[in-house]
Design a binder for this molecule. Structure first.
Ligand code: C2E
Ligand code: CA
Ligand code: CA
Length: 859
């Protein structure tokens, strides 16, 4: 707002224009009322004055009329009196015949002039001739007039010489009467001889009655001339007749031009006042509305002024408080304004940058910032991300919002999003990478594979995927702790990464599972070469806290497009190949083949068949006797499960135990074995025990103790005659849990033996810490016995160890007499093997038991 407006606005703010307008109008109204009052007063005054003058004029005219009548009457009387014939016939003698009958001075005067009385009075004062109302009468004039006439007669005779008539006004019976008199003379007629008597006087009387007065008034322009009533006399304006009104007073209906003027003027004035009032009211209304509008506009002006001030303050606060900096550029893309924040955020100097080109500071990914700003398709609400170098030369990211200004150029804000972008990058990285090793994770692998497969690899230049799983990693974690496990994984990650080329991908997809994508693998030999190097690299000892850890790996290999072109399929096939590699004894690799898939399908079928088999009694239990080596006495038998398949015939446990374990069917399978074994053994001689194999899965799932307890109870067998065989892997999975379960099992009274000793870690600590009653040396030691002299030493050591720990040592896989001899030589406790007895069905075993002789083997 310009400064000059300020005081006006301020004064307006103290008094509203509405009240101002009202006051002005009120004053104006008073003024108008004054004017109208003055006009009305003037009008009334003027009217009164007019009426006054009209009254005066009427009085003048009335007087004039009287005078005129007097004069006319005098002339008339003169004409008759100064006439020689009248002298002869009314003075010298009274000749009625001449005067009245002949009508010389008779009725015509009454008829034509309206003279009521015509009289002649002689020198003796006698009325000698009298005509009243046109009738000849005999009467005395003094009586008729009811007043003396002496003076009248004298005055009339006095004018005889000069032939001057006289006239007077008198009152006759309440009415004014005009009396004109003249002495009768012979006039200029020389033939008439005058006598010496006093001349007779001719008197005409005209009584002015109402009618006559009205006619006279009309003739002289005096309205309704009449004899004044006492009320009218009281008004003061009248014409007195005779001496001081002795003859009466005349009054008239005065013309009232003033009243007429008032009658017309006052209503007009009132109308004008009313109109003015009406107009004023309209104006007041209009002006009130206008004033209200004005006030409103003043108020809104005030409001917008204060809003503007608030807005400015707000803008200032926001600009100062905001972490953003505000910028403006002109049409040449040069900075014209930079807020203070610019300096604190960027570390750069405003003075240096004002006037500098915006493009010199900020760059966008998609080209010049100016191009982005003038792109017509740019949505004004969209922001653009730019980078710039701050005062320390470090790249920072800022998000720019821009609006075009009316004068050209742009203005907007710049939000520093460096941390946000960094965090987003980090999140993006984490979402795509494994937090422990920093290797790409499954998500990144998926995206990478998608990209590579889109490039359409060919059978000649296939994309190679390796699924790599660490062998023997689990025990590292369990025995050395998770921190050590993490270090092993990190070490493996770097070794794997070191083996592949730039452009290949190494991803961690599970605990100890990795997937490698080789983009330029070349021939099968080259791939195998790499697998060999990978395994070799992993097999290198890993030093953890001065302890050497040895692990290995199995690898499954799949090729795209040769084997599959879908990511999910490739991953699945690679796992199948890995599974095959592990099944092939670990520490090796396998290329995926169609047969593998067939095998998987076969497994699935077996799984469903097995589910059916367990429910429908297709399982069989065989028993393999165990003998005491020292004397060849049978001590017990191991229960070994078989599956009597309706199509495939008798299937060995190696084929379906793994499937049972993977599918969870192992629990129901094992329940059947436990129950059957206990039930069978309960029938055996008391000195024979039955040995039942347990799966590690049973330690993890299901209540093993409860299940064993149930089998023992159901069969009623002495728990001491039941032995449970468990493998080392049980302890490897969860040593603490396994220990607890084993102790509880022991409380049931059963024996526990470690099966397949020597294939796993063969950790002595397990043997010491866990409540084992015996251990079974894996049959692979006897199998290799011919080739390796070491194995005999190992067997001997194990036997010695077992004895030291008070364990019954059993050798498995005794296939020859030499095996037996050797075991006898090392004083192995017990033995089991085809050489002694093959596993046999219940019938065969019962037959064996029945044949007492065969209880003992010829050792
Ligand atoms: P294992 O516990 O080591 O059982 C001994 C295996 O060695 C049996 O194979 C047996 O037939 C075989 N065997 C015995 N003497 C000789 C010999 O002189 N030479 C050779 N080459 N082999 C001999 P089988 O019955 O096929 O059992 C294989 C594996 O299946 C068993 O190995 C055991 O781990 C598992 N198994 C068998 N029955 C059950 C069971 O009821 N439950 C569980 N969880 N596993 C079972
Ligand atoms: Ca066994
Ligand atoms: Ca075994």
């Amino acid at each position: 707002m310009p400064n000059s407006l300020a005081p006006i606005v301020r004064s307006l703010s103290t008094r509203t224009s509405l009240s101002l307008t009202r006051t002005s109008l009120f004053n104006f109204m008073i003024l108008l009322a004054g004017v109208f009052a003055a006009a009305a007063y003037s009008l009334i005054y003027l009217a009164h004055d007019m009426d006054q003058s009209e009254q005066a004029e009427s009085a003048f005219h009335t007087r004039k009329a009287m005078q005129s009548m007097e004069k006319s009457m005098r002339l008339t009387v003169k004409d008759y009196a100064f006439w020689s014939d009248a002298y002869k016939h009314l003075h010298l003698k009274v000749d009625n015949e001449w005067a009245y009958t002949r009508g010389n001075i008779g009725a015509t005067l009454f008829q034509d002039f309206g003279f009521q009385g015509l009289f002649v009075v002689d020198d003796a004062g006698r009325t000698v001739y009298a005509v009243v109302d046109g009738q000849l009468q005999t009467l005395d004039l003094t009586e008729w007039l009811d007043q003396p006439i002496t003076q009248l007669l004298e005055q009339a005779r006095a004018g005889v010489e000069s032939e001057t008539p006289i006239s007077t006004l008198i009152n006759v019976r309440g009415s004014p009467a005009l009396v004109a008199a003249a002495a009768i003379t012979p006039g200029t007629d020389p033939t008439v001889v005058a006598d010496d008597r006093e001349p007779s006087v001719l008197i005409f009387v005209d009584i002015l009655d109402g009618t006559k007065l009205g006619v006279i008034g009309d003739d002289f322009g005096v309205n309704k001339l009449h004899i004044a009533t006492p009320n009218e006399i009281a008004k003061g304006t009248f014409v007195a007749l005779g001496n001081n009104g002795s003859a009466g007073n005349l009054y008239w209906q005065p013309e009232r031009p003033g009243m007429r003027l008032i009658g017309v003027g006052l209503p007009l004035l009132g109308l004008a006042a009313l109109l003015v009032c009406l107009m004023t009211w309209v104006i007041l209304r209009r002006s009130t509305a206008a004033a209200l509008a004005l006030d409103a506009s003043h108020a809104s002006l005030q409001n917008s002024r204060s809003a503007l001030a608030t807005s400015e303050a707000r803008f200032r606060d926001v600009v100062e408080a905001s972490s953003d900096w505000v910028w403006e550029i002109d049409a040449d893309w040069r900075f014209t304004y930079l807020s203070e924040r610019f300096e604190s955020v960027t570390g750069l100097t405003r003075d240096v940058w004002i006037g500098a080109a915006m493009n010199d500071l900020l760059t966008t990914e998609g080209g010049l910032l100016s191009q982005w700003l003038c792109n017509p398709q740019r949505c004004p609400d969209l922001s653009v991300q730019c980078v710039y170098l701050d005062a320390k030369g470090q790249e920072r990211t800022t998000r720019l919002a821009a609006r075009q200004m009316a004068c050209g150029g742009f203005r907007g804000t710049a939000t520093d999003v460096t941390e946000e972008v960094e965090a987003r990058r980090r999140i993006e990285f984490l979402s795509q990478h494994d937090a422990l090793t920093g290797l790409p994770n499954r998500t990144r692998l998926q995206a990478f594979l998608d990209g590579k497969l889109k490039a359409l690899p060919t059978p000649e230049r296939p994309l190679v995927m390796l699924s790599l799983d660490l062998d023997r990693f689990k025990p590292v974690n369990d025995l050395l702790g998770h921190a050590a496990g993490d270090r092993v994984l990190n070490e493996v990650s770097s070794r794997l990464t070191a083996c592949v080329r730039h452009g290949d991908l190494v991803a961690r997809v599970g605990g100890d599972e990795f997937v490698l994508i080789l983009t330029e693998a070349g021939t099968q030999d080259e791939v195998e070469n790499l697998c060999g190097r990978l395994i070799a690299a992993i097999e290198q000892a890993i030093c953890i806290d001065e302890q050497e850890v040895f692990i290995s790996a199995s690898i499954g290999i799949v090729l795209a497009p040769n084997d599959a072109v879908e990511v999910a399929e490739l991953l699945r096939y690679a796992d199948i190949a890995l599974y095959e590699a592990k099944a092939a004894g670990r520490n090796t690799w396998r290329f995926y083949s169609g047969e593998m898939n067939a095998r998987i399908i076969e497994r699935r079928r077996l799984e469903s068949d097995l589910r059916y088999a367990i429910k429908h009694g297709e399982l069989r239990l065989h028993f393999q006797p165990r003998y005491r080596i020292a004397d060849g006495q049978m001590v017990g038998a191991e229960a070994l499960v078989r599956w009597q398949h309706p199509v495939r015939g008798l299937i060995a446990p190696d084929t379906f135990i793994a499937i049972a374990e993977e599918s969870g069917l192992i629990l129901s399978l094992s329940d059947w074995v436990l129950a059957t074994a206990c039930a069978c053994a309960a029938e055996w001689p008391d000195n024979l025990f039955v040995s039942v194999n347990l799966s590690p899965i049973e330690f993890k799932r299901g209540d093993l103790v409860q299940r064993v307890h149930h089998a023992l109870n159901t069969s009623g067998i002495d728990p001491a005659r039941v032995e449970l065989e468990i493998t080392e892997s049980v302890m490897l999975e969860d040593a603490v849990g396994a220990l607890e379960i084993m102790h509880t099992l022991k409380q049931l009274g059963v024996r526990i033996a470690m099966d397949d000793f020597g294939t796993g870690y063969s950790s002595l600590s397990y043997l010491r810490a866990f409540p084992f009653d015996g251990l079974k040396i894996d049959r692979s030691f006897l199998t290799r016995l011919e080739d390796s002299a070491d194995d005999k030493a190992i067997i001997q050591a194990i036997v010695g160890l077992g004895r030291a720990l008070a364990l019954t040592v059993t050798a498995e896989g005794i296939e020859t007499a030499e095996h037996l001899a050797m075991l006898k030589a090392v004083a192995c406790d017990e033995g089991q093997g085809y050489f002694l007895s093959r596993p046999m069905d219940v019938t065969a075993f019962n037959g064996l038991l029945a044949d007492d002789r065969r209880h003992t083997q010829p050792i």
